[in-house]
Every structure is written in C-alpha cells, then in structure tokens.
Write a protein that binds this ligand. Structure first.
Ligand code: URA
Length: 190
C-alpha cells in the first residue's frame, strides 16, 4: 500500500493505459481523506480534466446541490472516480482502462477507510459490485461487502438527461444520510 504522497506521484506519472496520452490532468479525488463516505463516479469530464478535480462540471454542481440540500457536511465525504484520466469525448471507460486504474482506487479505500461507498452510476457499480448489474434494478439497495455499506445509485449526469430519476436519487441519498447519521451515532466519542 502506498501512502498519499506516493500514490499521488504514481498517479501523476501513470502510463498504464491509453487515457494517459490525452489527459490534461490526472484526477485523483477531492474531499476529506478520513471521510466516512466515498463517492465513486465514472471518470473525469472536460472540466475535471482541466481543473484536476472530480465532479466540478455540471454533474458535480448537481451532486453538490444534493449533498448540501440533505445537510451532508464536507468533512463527511471524499469523491473519486473509477478512472483517473478523461476518456476521449466522455465515452465510457473500457474494461481494461478501468482494470488498469482500479488498484489506485483500492489504495485510496485503504487510506481513507470509508464505511460507506456510493457507486454513482452503472460504471462504478459494475466495477465495484459486479459486472452483470443493472443500475435500474439494484439502485437504492444496500450491498454489504467486506465490511463496507455499498449503495448503488444513478449518476448525477443521468438526472440532467432524465428528470424522472430525480425522486429516486433523492430517496437513495436520504438512505445514505440516514446510514451516515447512524454510523456517526455509533462512533460518537471514539
Ligand atoms: N462524471 C464523473 O463520473 N466523474 C466526474 O468526475 C465528473 C463527471
């Protein structure tokens, strides 16, 4: 396992897949490095590639809005992606690109030690929960694995395309907040 400094250095020098040829910046993550919740998206978009931070474009604005409306605190979460470099034209990352990148995410999980992992969209759910998942079928249901509470939900960008998903995603985020509050209550005074 690498410490944060080593991990950041490795990611910045990474040439494990073709996405490294077209990236502007490697997008490692943002948020509290000791957070209870880890949000995982798909991969950086245009703004993320430019700024070197995840979820800072339109989908990120929506995510931030949801989080603040439900009174999540910034200290509660860390945000990362399945792949750390932008796929050209925002295409879905190929399986081999995700595989090449996932060890970095696993290393981040070991460092952050989150209790809750939220899969934002099908790509995150597929690589974290299982390749045959259907996001519309499993979203909103807790998966308990290796001591983590894992919640698959829609990707915020899906909401920008289809307003009918709004209520469902709101419900999923309420469950996440409830679980966070339970965990905080449990660990109070630790
Ligand atoms: N979409 C993602 O999946 N990740 C980002 O960082 C931004 C948009």
């Amino acid at each position: 396992m690498l410490d944060w400094e080593e991990l950041i250095r490795e990611c910045k020098n990474c040439r494990k897949c073709e996405l490294s040829n077209t990236r502007t910046n490697v997008v490692i993550g943002r948020g509290n490095k000791r957070a209870t919740i880890l949000f995982v998206g798909e991969g950086p978009g245009e703004q993320e590639d430019i700024q070197g931070l995840p979820f800072v474009g339109p989908a990120g604005k929506l995510l931030d809005l949801l989080l603040s409306a439900l009174m999540f605190k910034e200290e509660d979460y860390y945000i990362a992606n399945i792949v750390k470099c932008r796929p050209p034209n925002n295409r879905v990352p190929l399986d081999e690109e995700a595989e090449a990148c996932l060890d970095y995410l696993r290393n981040q999980v070991l460092l952050i030690k989150p209790k809750i992992i939220v899969c934002l969209g099908a790509t995150a759910a597929k690589h974290i929960i299982g390749k045959d998942i259907k996001i519309t079928q499993i979203r909103g249901q807790w998966v308990e694995r290796k001591g983590f509470f894992i919640m698959p939900t829609f990707h915020p960008a899906a909401l920008l395309r289809d307003q009918s998903k709004k209520i469902l995603m709101w419900e999923d985020f309420k469950k996440i907040k409830q679980k966070l509050d339970e965990i905080k209550q449990c660990f109070k005074g630790d």
